[in-house]
Design a protein around this ligand. Structure first.
Ligand code: NAD
Length: 461
């Protein structure tokens, strides 16, 4: 019944009725397909504050795509004659602004001019990227304030351009990490980041990143993904395999048939285990030992057991915390203790917007998903992991169209998927693309980030 109501709403007649009520259909997002052989093709305008420090590196990365890159006068002057500029255009597919030179509030007007003059020229499904420095690394309080100001600017631009399917992010690049920008700049310019907007991504100094094959960045890598039989996990497995990885896919015995189907499709290796069972950690370590180690682990398996806390049983609390948080930590610890995650590898947690903003009826779930963020924050600072080039990051999906969200009552679901700047739910693929980005060997500077894949949900921080 609810399917029929939903189909009626999504029909042309239904859309007309909603349009008359002022509820317009969201812009269809442009997503990546493997036939595309570049991360960005289109018109891009590159602008800069005075004394911009990231301009050279940004221009080098952009030149690796197929952009027709126009430069503002300021960018031209700072890049010098060696860098050519395309003619000015009436329409741009991306606006990139290097604000790393701001050290006082009054200089921020340069960013105002850049976006005031050009935002109307941004094409639908366009990209805005602002580059800055981490404000806590600033030399003065004034500089910290003006660098942090870029966060408010980028998040607000994301809200202003979201209705047309465009996205805006701030990349804060630590001093010395200029060579580590490439993976992030490519990802956020590309259609792979279609459902990610209003985010701040920190890029820190990391080792050598120069040998990646951008079309198969995970070639030769082995990735273990939990909960892969359906939904987001299935998309993660497919996407990592698309990018060249051999996937070990784990799921519980009742999902064995689906697990076998997904693994057969991508030539992966099925591993049947309940991650909370007593022998699971040993079983996983044995399987990984037989493979000679892994390069990536994605803790995707997760459940909800929703009840307000007064009505929630201890069993519902424990089950959710065990699967979503404790088991994942136990597996990671064992793999690290036995040195089974290779140098340059990545550990990825799956958090949730509800772990950031909280949710009525989800104290257990939100606690577990907030715990994932705490774990990532802490582990990403571990000096031993840093020395091995192992990164620890998380995604925090918002409303993603899966079996989990299809079970939400119709009206709540209809509203729920629209409560974000892009006015629509995301796809499992959108979460998977973010995870594949974390796994990219060129993204070693992306460490300790919890990246929201939520179309800039209006809830949460
Ligand atoms: P799903 O229920 O469709 O899939 C979860 C998978 O995990 C299933 O295959 C299930 O069998 C497996 N699993 C559950 N318990 C397990 C255990 N003990 N051991 C091994 N495998 C187990 O869920 P989904 O919507 O695809 O969500 C995947 C992840 O994304 C979860 O961590 C979820 O909390 C998170 N998430 C989802 C959304 C969303 O909108 N769907 C939003 C935020 C976060």
């Amino acid at each position: 019944m609810t399917d029929r109501i939903e189909a009626a709403i999504n029909s042309n007649a239904g859309k007309k009725v909603l349009g008359a009520l002022g509820v317009n259909a969201p812009t269809e997002l442009r997503r990546y397909s493997p036939e595309q052989n570049t991360f960005f093709a289109g018109k891009l305008l590159l602008g800069a504050s005075d004394n911009a420090q990231l301009l050279d590196s940004a221009a080098t990365v952009i030149a690796q795509g197929e952009a027709q890159c126009s430069l503002t006068d300021s960018a031209k002057a700072q890049l010098g004659d060696g860098v050519s500029s395309a003619a000015d255009s009436e329409r741009y597919d991306a606006l990139v602004f290097d604000g790393s030179g701001f050290s006082e509030a009054r200089q921020l007007v340069q960013a105002y001019h850049f976006f005031h003059n050009n935002i109307r020229k941004l094409a639908p499904c366009g990209r805005i990227i602002i580059l800055g420095r981490p404000h806590l690394h600033a030399a003065t309080a004034e500089q910290a304030a003006s660098q942090r100001a870029l966060e408010g600017l980028s998040r607000s631009l994301a809200k202003e351009c979201g209705a047309r399917g465009s996205t805006a992010q701030l990349l804060t690049v630590a001093e010395g990490a200029e060579a580590n920008m490439a993976a992030a700049l490519r990802f956020f310019l590309s259609p792979k980041s279609a459902y990610i907007t209003g985010q701040v991504v920190n890029i820190s100094v990391a080792g050598n990143t120069d040998t990646v094959d951008w079309h198969k960045p995970l070639a030769g890598k082995i990735a273990l993904v939990t909960g892969v039989s359906r939904g987001i996990g299935e998309a993660i497995a497919e996407t990592l395999a698309r990018d060249g990885a051999t996937v070990v896919g784990l799921d519980v015995a009742p999902m064995e048939v689906d697990l076998a189907r997904v693994m057969a499709r991508i030539n992966g290796k099925p591993l049947v285990a309940d991650i909370t069972s007593e022998d699971a950690t040993q079983k996983i370590c044995d399987a990984v030992t037989a493979l000679g180690g892994i390069d990536m682990i994605v803790h995707n398996a997760g459940v909800t057991r929703d009840k307000t806390i007064a009505n929630m049983s201890e069993q519902q609390w424990q089950l959710t915390l065990n699967i979503n948080l404790a088991a994942a930590q136990q597996v990671t610890s064992a793999l690290l203790q036995q040195d089974l995650i290779r140098n340059g590898g990545s550990i990825v947690g799956v958090s949730s917007m509800n772990g950031i903003g909280g949710q009525r009826g989800q104290t257990n779930y939100a606690a577990s998903k907030a715990g994932v963020i705490g774990y990532v924050d802490f582990m990403s600072r571990d000096e031993t992991l840093k020395a091995k080039g192992i990164t620890v990051n998380a995604v925090a999906p918002g409303f993603i169209e899966t079996a989990m969200t299809a079970a939400i009552p119709l009206m709540t679901r209809m509203f729920g998927r629209r409560l974000n700047s892009l006015s629509q739910g995301g796809l499992p693929l959108d979460v998977a693309e973010a995870i594949a980005f974390f796994g990219n060997p060129a993204a070693r500077g992306v460490n300790g980030n919890t990246l929201r894949v939520c179309g800039q949900s209006w809830f949460g921080a």
